[in-house]
Structure formats: structure tokens, C-alpha cells
Design a binder for this molecule. Structure first.
Ligand code: TXA
Ligand code: MG
Length: 339
């Protein structure tokens, strides 16, 4: 089986038909492509886990087309909680923000892996919204990659990742943000960032008190090894002038490196020639994918400035390179708290 890539209005109708029949469909979102299924159909949900080869212990994000649908999947417990959700929704929905909220009892436990909390967001992608409206059911959707691999930001990436496992992919063009949503929990009116993303700490500070980020293995998206290329990948924290690759090498750089640095590598992916972190985020997974399928033996990345969405890019870069670090027994230069 090879998935068909469809688009436009007809593509939306075909997607709805497959979803109505309990199938799964690759859908475009403003962050990354998702693998969607009707969140109230446990058999359809099971198909997501099967297609991605994802452990049942790793819960799924539920997607809505508008905030009015929220009460279909969550049951807010207090007026304070409702006020905080309304503030965040007003500022950032529809958009790349996911909230961890008390789950509605009717939502199948499979979606939340047995937790009483559900991760939920309102997507801004017009095609995803249309599918939701036509289906008239919220959709659970993790990123449409094989578990632990690089996230997809185009329909072709989804085809490469899961084309042999699913029948349909709706093409909505390249993802605008290119980085998964920011995930938050609310702690007595304060905001805890569980996964950094396009809604940055600075933006959240304008809404409420943001707690210092704690990173441990129990928070969402926090598996240390994730978003991994097939090839070894290392972050070059050293002075590049003293670096001499011994094998054919690829480099990911934020902006264009100087000529001396360029000469050290066989292939170089520049994330944003103009030094725009948002552009760099949008290009990150595609660049990693290009290098991974190129002829080079080993991949390197120069650190990205950790400000704004650069925090999320570095978070993904560290996780992408985790397996290589472990294999080589390389210490993580002050990044241990990320793991
Ligand atoms: O931008 C995004 O968030 C994309 C698009 C498709 O919406 N989705 C996405 O899903 O990144 P996924 O499954 O690749 O990452 C969601 C993360 C996972 O690490 C999962 O463990 C965590 O969120 N998560 C989901 N539901 C949760 C819950 N109920 N409690 C704790 N963590 C949860
Ligand atoms: Mg993912």
C-alpha cells in the first residue's frame, strides 16, 4: 500500500470519509503534519498507535476547530481554571498552543493513555479545521512520523514516514511553524511549560506568571531520544576552528557560516540566511531530513541562539542528537537537565 496524496475541497471530503469509517489520515497543521483519527472511536485511535509503532503509554493531543468545542473533550473543574483557559485561548487559539486539562469522562482512555488529563489544542490550519467541521468530531493526532523519528513538515515527508501504513494524506503545503506546539499545564493559575514551541516564554509572560521550566522524563515530548535521524548527529559546542571532521560530514547552521567553516563540510544546510529564528524553525526538520538522506556519513549542528523559538529548536536538536551522544559516551555540556 502506498498512501494517496490529495488536496483541496475534494481532499477534505475524502479525508472525512476515511475518518468516518474509522481510518487514519495524515493531515496538515500549522506546526507539523499529524496522523489523525476520530478521538471518540477507540479502534481508530488504536490504528494511530499501530501505524506509528508508538507505545500505548504515550498519549495523544486532541484537536478542535474552535474553542467552543472545548467542553466536548475536557471538564474544567473551577472558575479559576476557566478564566485562565479563556485568557490563553483568547491570546493564542487557534494556534500552536496545547493545554493539559482535566479529561471529559466520555473521552476514551486510550487517547490519554489512562490519564485523567487530556492535551488539547485549537488548530489554525484551514484544511484541518474544515475536516473537523465536516466530520463534526474532535480528532486525536500525534505528529505523523514513525515513533521517535524526524517530524514531518510536508505531505511528502508523511509519505516517506508512513506511506506504507496509511491510505490517505491531505496536502496543505509546508507547515508554517515547522515545530510542534508549545505544551502547558496550569498550576494554580500559573503557567508551566512542558514542551517549548512557537508560543514562547516571552509571549506567555504577557498572559500570566510562567514557572521556571522543569525538564524531566515525565513531561510531554520529553523522551530524551526523539526526532532522531538515522545518521549520527552531534552538536558542535567547541570552537569550530579547532574542529576537523574525519569522515564526510553534513552541517546544520542557523545562518551561513564563514568560508573556512563551509570548507570543512560536504553538505551544509543553512536554516535562515537572514538570521530569522522563525524561518529557522520552519526549515529545521526538513534540513535534518535532507542531510539524513544525503551521502554524508555523519551530521553536525552548530548551536542555535536560545531565545524566542530558538529554545524549541535547541530542545529538538538535543533530543535528535541524544542517541549519538549516548553511543559515543559524550557528556552533554551542561544539558543534562534536558534529559
Ligand atoms: O504541534 C503539535 O503538537 C503536533 C500537531 C500534529 O498538533 N502534535 C504533536 O503530537 O506534536 P505528538 O504526539 O508528537 O506530541 C505530543 C506530546 C507527546 O510527548 C505526548 O506524550 C504528550 O504530548 N501528551 C499528549 N497527551 C498528553 C497527556 N494527556 N498527558 C501528558 N502528556 C501528553
Ligand atoms: Mg511527535
Amino acid at each position: 500500500m502506498s498512501a494517496r496524496i490529495v488536496d483541496g475541497e475534494e481532499g477534505v471530503s475524502e479525508s472525512v470519509e476515511v475518518l468516518r469509517g474509522g481510518g487514519v489520515v495524515g493531515l496538515p497543521s500549522e506546526t507539523v503534519y499529524g496522523l489523525a483519527a476520530d478521538c471518540f472511536n477507540p479502534i481508530a485511535i488504536a490504528r494511530i498507535f499501530e501505524a506509528k509503532n508508538r507505545p500505548l503509554t504515550d498519549p495523544l493531543i486532541v484537536h478542535l476547530p474552535e474553542v467552543m468545542w472545548l467542553d466536548r473533550v475536557v471538564r474544567l473543574e473551577s472558575q479559576d481554571q476557566r478564566i485562565m483557559v479563556e485568557k490563553l485561548a483568547h491570546a493564542f487559539w487557534p494556534g500552536p498552543l496545547t493545554l493539559l486539562l482535566p479529561k471529559h469522562p466520555d473521552l476514551p482512555d486510550l487517547v490519554t493513555s489512562g490519564s485523567d488529563w487530556v492535551a488539547v489544542r485549537v488548530t489554525s490550519h484551514p484544511l484541518f479545521q474544515q475536516v473537523l467541521y465536516h466530520l463534526n468530531a474532535p480528532l486525536a493526532a500525534p505528529s505523523a512520523n514513525r515513533f521517535g523519528k524526524i517530524s514531518p513538515t510536508t505531505a511528502q515527508h508523511v509519505q516517506f514516514e508512513l506511506g506504507h501504513k496509511i491510505e490517505l494524506i491531505l496536502d496543505g503545503g509546508p507547515c508554517v511553524h515547522g515545530m510542534e506546539s508549545t505544551i502547558l499545564s496550569l498550576q494554580e493559575g500559573r503557567i508551566q511549560i512542558l514542551r517549548p514551541g512557537p508560543i514562547t516564554e516571552d509571549l506567555l509572560n504577557e498572559i500570566g506568571h510562567v514557572l521556571p521550566t522543569v525538564r524531566n522524563v515525565n513531561t510531554p515530548g520529553s523522551l530524551p531520544g526523539h526526532y532522531a535521524p538515522k545518521k549520527e548527529l552531534h552538536i558542535l559546542n567547541m570552537d569550530i576552528k579547532s574542529f576537523a571532521p574525519t569522515r564526510s560530514s553534513g552541517l546544520i547552521a542557523f545562518t551561513a557560516p564563514d568560508l573556512e567553516t563551509l570548507a570543512l563540510f560536504d553538505v551544509v544546510e543553512v536554516l535562515s540566511p537572514s538570521g530569522d529564528l522563525k524561518e529557522a524553525a520552519a526549515n529545521f526538520y526538513g534540513a535534518l531530513r535532507n542531510l539524513d538522506s544525503s551521502k554524508v556519513d555523519i551530521l553536525y549542528a552548530l548551536p542555535i541562539p536560545e531565545e524566542g523559538i530558538g529554545v524549541a529548536i535547541m530542545d529538538r536538536l538535543r533530543r535528535s542528537s541524544y542517541g549519538s551522544r549516548i553511543k559515543m559516551d559524550i557528556p552533554s555540556s551542561g544539558e543534562a537537565s534536558d534529559l
